[in-house]
Ligand binder design. Sequence first.
Ligand SMILES: O=C(O)CCC(=O)C(=O)O
Length: 291
Amino acid sequence: MQMTFMAFQLTNFQQESFNTDGFVVTDRLIDAVELPKLHKAFDDVFNGEFETGVRPDEVNWQQGESDPSLTRQICNGWKANRDIARIVLDQSLGKAIAKLSGWSGARIMIDNVIWKPPATKSLGFHQDNAYLSWFDPGEILTCWIALDDTTAEGGTIEFAKSSHRWQLGEAEGEFHAPADYRKPMRKAASRAGVNPEIHYVEVQAGGGSFHHGGTWHGSGANNGLNPRRALVLHAMPSDVKYVPNNFAQGIGPIYSRYKRLGDNTLDENYFPILWREDGYRTPQIDDYLEG
Ligand SMILES: O=C(O)CCC(=O)C(=O)O
């Protein structure tokens, strides 16, 4: 059974603004009715309660153990919690991502579960594609879904406009709580001879954005009064392959553990295909979502 509940539809206008700016903001990616379940899922995974019994691939923050001044982050929450999985494995989001990027299909690379309570610190600017030299092609396209109303003051995600047209730089700087979260982006802008123009994604809960893997993005401290939670789907082309010689780079050391011996194709158990133009979607996704 297909579990699509929102069926996001991309418009031509959205495609054009994505091509020009390297991102596009949209008012509605998921229905408001989904939000309470997702807020509960966030409570659970940051409390170490993993519905499926599987620990996410990266658990960077846990209640009672971790620094409360940091933005909370977990990667691949979909393996631990089916309410998270229902969103990040959604077919219509996979289709929109493939269309925006011109790929014949899209599969999940990782999700990112991000929770920035009031008074927590920034996340450093980066280009997602700078971390992917162990994949061919090393391309990501990201869907960022706000689970709270977002504001610049509250530390929403921000983009440097048209920065996907600047050169792809080296991965540099801290992701969590850097002293100057925009510094690597400013250096890149200066190399490109550009005065960067920042766009803040200010949307109601359930809205969000898509961004190109070359687009510089990050987010400031939460200086507001409300939490800022976001669920992030990082997708890559359905026919991507491993580049084993580059496993030591970027996030390769974590995700290369899913490589099959003697085979550079990616295993659909760990990187399911969300949508392909020939109609294929990893069939086991829907069994998994039903529990
Ligand atoms: O939510 C944010 O502030 C940034 C998220 C992000 O950069 C990511 O998921 O790669």
